[in-house]
Design a protein around this ligand. Structure first.
Ligand code: MN
Length: 253
């Protein structure tokens, strides 16, 4: 039983260190993380540059000049001699709720581990505003879920997207199984100019929750619960296939 840890905030991020600390003793661990913050990298792979691996300490911390997906991909396809049984990604500084999962490097790192024998877990802390603070809470929640998975495995190749309120552990009200909600449209891009007067742009903040009622990940976290959403990779809209078939069989213009 071996667990691979990864993140998208980069190898120096406090969330990753807390995660490593919390899982020490649960199983042998290896950490493979990007050399800098790659939040928002989604499931990108680096195909136009060679990847270099730096070993930061004896045999547990590895740093790669690539994306979160690169890290997990390398780790499970040849960087190590042993196979891993589980990937745990995080603890991310910031929410991965609703549509966030499409942009998230943290969730992508977990998804990249889907071919392993056990479910993979992405853990994110959700602060009300600003940077997250209670990484120890997120890491402890991660440990509880991993221990539970080891004691009673879920269906393999399931991806658990976990969002934890940014609170002291004692203030967490429990766990809820949820579905992804979705957000309002993102705020407008922020336009500014560089010192030479040329326009530059910053991607604006994510929108607030729109589909955020009971049962959603947004609702659980807003009410002080850890949200656990089972994800699948199949993006097919199965219910639309029949209608689409009829549409395609119709008259051509
Ligand atoms: Mn991140």
């Amino acid at each position: 039983m071996k667990i691979l840890l990864a993140n998208d905030d980069g190898y120096r991020a406090p969330g990753l260190r807390h995660l490593k600390e919390a899982l020490t003793g649960v199983a042998p661990l290896s950490v493979v993380a990007p050399d800098r913050n790659r939040s928002g990298a989604s499931h990108s792979l680096t195909l136009d540059l060679p990847l270099r691996v730096q070993r930061v300490d004896e045999n547990t911390w590895y740093v790669i000049n690539g994306t979160p997906t690169d890290c997990v991909h390398l780790a499970i396809t040849g960087l190590f001699e042993d196979e891993f049984d589980m990937v745990v990604a995080g603890v991310n500084d910031g929410a991965n709720l609703g549509d966030d999962v499409l942009y998230s490097g943290t969730v992508a790192a977990a998804i990249e581990g889907r071919f392993l024998g056990l479910p993979t877990v992405a853990v994110s802390l959700v602060p009300e505003r600003g940077p997250a603070r209670h990484f120890a809470t997120g890491a402890r929640v991660a440990r509880e879920l991993v221990e539970r998975l080891l004691a009673e495995p879920l269906h393999q190749s399931m991806i658990l997207n976990v969002n934890v309120p940014d609170l002291p552990y004692e203030e967490i009200r429990g766990f809820q199984a949820t579905r992804l909600g979705y957000r309002h449209r993102a705020e407008a891009v922020v336009k500014s100019s560089d010192p030479r007067g040329r326009p530059i742009y910053w991607v604006g903040a994510a929108g607030p929750g729109q589909d955020a009622g009971p049962g959603t990940d947004f609702h659980a976290v807003a009410n002080g619960y850890v949200s656990v959403t089972p994800l699948q990779v199949d993006l097919t809209r199965h219910g639309a296939i029949d209608g689409l078939r009829d549409w395609l069989a119709g008259p051509r213009p």
